[in-house]
Design a protein around this ligand. Structure first.
Ligand SMILES: *Cc1c(COP(=O)(O)O)cnc(C)c1O
Length: 452
């Protein structure tokens, strides 16, 4: 299988190269040349456990990795999950399920993709006899999940920039209490935007980038989308056969990476009825699916911080399909959006998507209601999924984070102490963070000193 850029000006690459490249040189995102059809394989998938299903699915995409190697990379990627089902599907009521995606090492769904990505990077280091230095900026969950994907992996070092004092104390501990000597949590004296600007400049410096074999960790990597398809398939297979065709997956959404994976699976022949894009008060996608206009706004920090985005970086992959897989039209849309901050789609085809939006004023009330009606505690991101459910459908709400990551919001809403043993254990470990000025020269010098 080969991979093309949504902007059509990058030669097709194999899986491993597309994963290593991340963002295509023409600014686009990688997608499979053509989508496979799994419609005829579904019966065969029925009895597989999570890792087996992942193997069956991924081997169709990662055709340049030998089957036995891929199998062991995948097996290793799901050993740190604490629930034997990896992604348990729990019934909450009539026509209502929750898919728990928070049993990985950092207690959020990003572990599904980043545990695997870590193994893929480490494997490439081995094959190419090279080291890599992974660099990213985070406002919380992504950095922690990326770090836990690479902890202690030979041949790799990871540098994560975050705004000092502006990520939650627990998120900081997940990054800065690992005790691993290949992990560098860098607290920038500035905002997330400052960290991101520094990152952009470092990646823009070709000489620095090549010399250190820098690799980016961000939400648009092809491997993340492919890895995330698997839990939708797994959940679909867990549903009673009579309910499968009527299922709407309800997905708390920021950068559109998670819900895009589900939608692509549907396009690969799995009969899913549709998808609900559930945003917080940063509602660019909600507005798009309601009106056909994609217009960026300001970020309004919310109780569901991992969905606080201005533009949805994975949305370009959907645009590619929406404009009939025509890279010239993708370029035109992205160019217009970049210069004017908006794009209006004529006759916008929302396919099988619906959308809802949830403000901060509503989140505590939803946490209370779900607790009262179902005896179940949801984190503030997952709460956005419970805003409104379609009674005509079987709803599977994706629980993207453990409530224990957001104890203050849970306490304020329902008076309970949400805890998790892995977070409690972190509280006694020393914080090792490197505080740097929001200054490219200082960050560059730090990487020069500590890189592999
Ligand atoms: C990252 C994240 C999201 C948003 O996922 P996208 O792929 O950006 O849509 C939702 N919930 C949690 C807990 C997250 O960490």
């Amino acid at each position: 299988m080969r991979y093309l850029s949504t902007r059509g000006q990058t030669p097709a690459l194999g899986f491993s190269d597309a994963v290593a490249t991340g963002l295509a040189p023409d600014g686009g995102l990688f997608l499979p040349e053509s989508l496979p059809d799994f419609g005829g394989d579904l019966a065969r998938f029925e009895s597989l456990d999570y890792a087996e299903l992942s193997c069956e699915f991924l081997r169709v995409f990662a055709t340049d990795i030998p089957a036995g190697t891929l199998r062991s990379l995948i097996a290793a990627s799901y050993t740190k999950f604490t629930d034997p089902a990896i992604a348990p599907l729990k019934p909450l009521g009539k026509n209502l399920y929750v898919l728990e995606l928070f049993h990985g090492p950092t207690l959020a769904f990003k572990d599904f993709a980043l545990q695997l990505l870590g193994n893929l990077y480490a494997h490439q280091c081995l094959v190419r006899r090279e080291t890599i230095n992974v660099l990213g900026a985070t406002s919380g969950d992504t950095g922690a999940a990326a770090i836990h994907g690479l902890i202690g992996r030979p041949g790799t070092a990871i540098f994560i920039l975050y705004p000092d004092g502006r990520v939650s104390p627990l998120q900081e501990r997940q990054m800065a209490c690992t005790g691993a000597d290949n992990v560098f949590a860098i607290a920038i004296d500035g905002t997330f935007d400052d960290a991101q600007a520094a990152l952009k400049e470092l990646f823009g410096d070709q000489e620095f980038r090549t010399r250190h074999r820098l690799s980016a960790v961000n939400s648009i990597n092809l491997a993340r989308v492919i890895a995330q398809c698997v839990y939708y398939l797994y959940a679909w297979l867990w549903l009673p056969a009579s309910e499968r065709g009527n299922v709407e997956f309800v997905v708390p959404t920021g950068n559109f990476g998670n819900v895009l994976a589900g939608w692509m699976l549907q396009k690969m022949g799995v009969p899913i009825r549709g998808f609900r894009v559930a945003t917080n008060q940063n509602d660019i996608l909600y507005r798009l699916f309601r009106t056909g206009e994609y217009r960026s706004g300001e970020v309004h920090p919310s109780l569901a911080p991992s969905m606080d985005i201005q533009v949805a970086s994975n949305f370009e992959r959907f645009i590619y399909f929406a404009v009939g897989r025509d890279p010239a039209r993708v370029r035109e849309v992205m160019q217009t959006f970049k210069t004017t901050g908006a794009y209006t789609f004529a006759n916008f085809n929302r396919d099988t998507f619906t959308a809802s939006r949830c403000t901060d004023a509503e989140i505590p009330g939803i946490i209370q209601r779900v607790h009262r009606e179902h005896g179940y505690v949801v984190d503030p991101h997952t709460a956005c999924g419970f805003k409104e459910l379609d009674p005509e459908r079987v709803s599977v709400v994706l629980a993207t984070a453990s409530p224990a990551k957001f104890p203050d919001t849970i306490r304020a809403a329902i008076g309970l102490e949400a805890t998790h043993p892995s977070l409690e254990a972190l509280k006694t470990k020393p914080v090792v963070k490197h505080v740097l000025k929001a200054d490219v020269a200082a960050i560059r010098a730090f990487i020069d000193r500590h890189r592999l």
